[in-house]
Design a protein around this ligand. Structure first.
Ligand SMILES: N[C@@H](CCC(=O)N[C@@H](CS)C(=O)NCC(=O)O)C(=O)O
Length: 208
């Protein structure tokens, strides 16, 4: 059984979606970020930077932090969404999510959604970067069904929950035809619908 320590954020949803996709038995332990539960001593033993998500695999009592590492671990353990033939390309797009898409959209959330008016420079900078990312993803998806090729992979599972925050981004997802096609196709997957609403409060995937 996998225990997932998480909160209702894009990085957290990557893992609930993956666990639903592979159909394994899992339990969610909620970490309240607003109450700083991520900085409690016991949690920091398994998450040294005080971040969610983290898993503990109770088959072997191994804990893992960093969503990309968790996705790779689960993909290898259950032999899903990480085909050997495309592994380098999957790694490339997964790392692009971890190193660029997540951090840049995360900053855009900070300055455009949570703290507008606090820093004109940062607001403009991350808005511009976020728009460019939408265009670049749109270009990639003009040439490829999914991010890493013809199949749905952990690179898509890592990226999709960030695009699911498109209303916060204020960029107009529907103007990016290929990105919208990819977004809606993934949004229709049963595991994605369940993983998105892992708190079971009937939260609906935002439509473009
Ligand atoms: N690179 C990390 C980022 C994790 C991350 O930033 N988690 C956020 C929530 S989405 C968090 O735990 N924030 C709490 C804090 O920074 O205090 C991953 O992908 O797992």
């Amino acid at each position: 059984m996998i225990e997932l320590f998480t909160a209702d954020t894009p990085n957290g949803k990557k893992i609930t979606i993956m666990l639903e996709e592979i159909g394994c038995d899992f339990k969610v332990t909620k970490i309240d970020l607003l109450k700083d539960e991520q900085f409690k001593t016991d949690f920091k033993k398994i998450s040294p930077f005080g971040k969610i998500p983290v898993i503990t695999d109770h088959d072997n009592e191994q804990s893992l932090f960093e969503s990309g590492a968790i996705l790779i671990y689960l993909a290898e353990k259950y032999n899903k969404f990480y085909e050997q033939k495309y592994r380098n390309v999957i790694n490339q797009w997964l790392m692009a999510q971890m190193g660029t898409i997540g951090p840049m959209l995360g900053q855009h959330h900070q300055f455009h959604h949570y703290n507008p008016g606090r820093s004109e420079f940062a607001e403009e900078r991350f808005f511009k970067i976020a728009k460019r990312l939408y265009s670049e993803l749109n270009e990639r998806l003009a040439k490829s069904e999914y991010l890493a090729g013809p199949d749905y992979t952990i690179a898509d599972i890592a990226t999709w929950p960030w695009i699911a925050r498109h209303e916060w981004h204020d960029i107009g997802l529907k103007n990016y035809k290929n990105l919208t096609r990819w977004y809606l196709k993934i949004a229709a997957r049963e595991a994605v619908i369940k993983g998105y609403d892992f708190l079971k409060n009937e939260s609906q995937i935002p439509r473009p």
